[in-house]
Design a protein. Structure first.
Length: 223
């Protein structure tokens, strides 16, 4: 039991609030998703297997960049801690990582497909598609490596037979992007029911990226 005040309690609570919002928004089921936020000397990441409704600030796990961690008794880091740590360590412009299993993103990921430029909002993820990283078992170094490759020039990717990763300069924008990618996945799934969808050309996406800047839409909402 943690008895001393937590210096980062507001950040910890924001992670819990975002986890609960994922469930309310319908982009995650049970405790399958996980969230991390950068700190001065590492990351804060959700614990493994703790229901969001009962999660407390002291349950959030503090991890150092070397992979060592501290948590309240009985808690361990999310099984996906590795790609959270690796993404935040390798992308200094990123401060938050959201991982979830949204239904339509996961359907597309099961089919090992990227989401192409069916709608201009694809540019919010940083390019003309949302790539799908090849399959690797959850929690492994190989999955982390493949996710990093998929995110090299993107702020979101799918994980084959698994789910979604969205990243951002803060937790609000990372969660917003996760929702936008699920909307795109649903739109793409719907288009595939009618045939092969026409795509926006690369120069149009490039134009949008120049308008929105490095992190996409500035206010986290549509233009």
């Amino acid at each position: 039991m943690v008895t001393t005040p937590l210096p980062d309690i507001q950040v910890r609570q924001s992670i819990i609030d975002a986890c609960r919002e994922m469930s309310a928004l319908g982009i995650n089921q049970g405790t399958s998703g996980n969230i991390s936020v950068r700190t001065d000397d590492g990351i804060l990441v959700t614990p493994s297997g703790v229901p969001y409704d009962s999660m407390r600030p002291e349950d959030i796990v503090a991890m150092k960049w070397d992979g060592s961690w501290t948590a309240s008794p009985g808690n361990v880091p999310s099984t996906e801690w590795r790609f959270h740590l690796d993404i935040l360590r390798s992308k200094p412009e990123t401060s938050a990582v959201v991982h979830a299993h949204p239904i339509f993103c996961t359907v597309i990921a099961i089919m090992n497909r990227p989401i192409p430029a069916i709608h201009y909002m694809i540019a919010a993820a940083g390019g003309n598609d949302i790539p799908c990283a090849p399959y690797a078992q959850y929690g492994t170094e190989e999955l982390s490596r493949l996710a990093l490759i998929a995110l090299r020039h993107r702020r979101a990717c799918l994980l084959a037979h698994h789910g979604l990763i969205a990243i951002g300069p803060n937790l609000r924008k990372a969660l917003w992007l996760a929702v936008e990618v699920e909307v795109l996945a649903k739109q793409y799934h719907g288009c595939l029911q009618l045939g092969t969808p026409p795509l926006l050309p690369d120069d149009e996406i490039d134009s949008l990226l120049k308008r929105w800047g490095q992190y996409g839409l500035r206010d986290g909402s549509s233009a």
